[in-house]
Design a protein around this ligand. Structure first.
Ligand code: GRF
Length: 187
């Protein structure tokens, strides 16, 4: 059984979708969810789904070895950042080389980098009158949103679409593709 650990900072709809998908798998399972936000909705979702979840603070994550040691004990085959907003420390990346992936709600390299998360991304897409956008699943390296791309899926942006409309389309793409891409990656 392959072991998946998810990092999330907020709602956690992607975390929930992944957890449910792998509940029915005999090949992989989400064994743990970690969050920097003790009030994140993802924690409620984990409780309902019976998945172990922990929150941590910045020192435990970026300065001390606490989160690194949790991960070493969990021995994940894959670490998934799903709506995780803190920069992933290099010393943790080194211990899990090529095992950390992220989902980004735009077609990287467009609309990536610091500050480009959540509605900021979709607002920028609408303001720039893009005719298409999408999702990118990519490896995580030491720079925000710059690791090798694993998968992209596109959707159209209509001239009448608001940022909220775009967010809904992106959400659908994420729900549709993310678990399958992870499943393939683990093979
Ligand atoms: C998703 O749009 C994801 O692409 C981005 O943050 C959002 C997280 O949503 N990185 P949720 O917490 O999974 O609902």
């Amino acid at each position: 059984m392959k072991r998946i650990v998810i990092f999330a900072s907020g709602s956690g709809s992607n975390a929930e979708n992944l957890i449910k998908f792998f509940h029915n798998s005999d090949k992989a399972s989400v064994i743990q969810v970690l969050t920097n936000n003790p009030h994140a909705k993802v924690l409620d979702r984990c409780k309902k789904l019976n998945v172990s979840a922990l929150s941590f603070n910045r020192v435990a994550f970026s300065k001390a070895d606490d989160v690194l040691n949790i991960l070493k004990a969990s021995q994940p085959d894959l670490i998934i950042l799903a709506g995780f907003l803190w920069k992933f420390p290099e010393f943790i990346l080194k211990s899990f080389n090529n095992k950390v992936i992220n989902i980004h709600p735009a077609l990287l390299p467009k609309y990536g980098g610091k500050g480009m998360y959540g509605m900021n991304v979709h607002q920028a897409v609408v303001e720039n009158k893009e005719t298409e956008t999408g999702i990118t699943i990519h490896y995580v390296n030491e720079n925000y949103d710059e690791g090798a791309i694993i998968f992209q899926a596109k959707c159209s942006v209509l001239s009448t679409d608001s940022a909220e409309d775009v967010a809904k389309k992106i959400h659908l793409l994420e729900m549709q593709h993310f678990p399958e891409v992870v499943n393939e990656l683990l093979k």
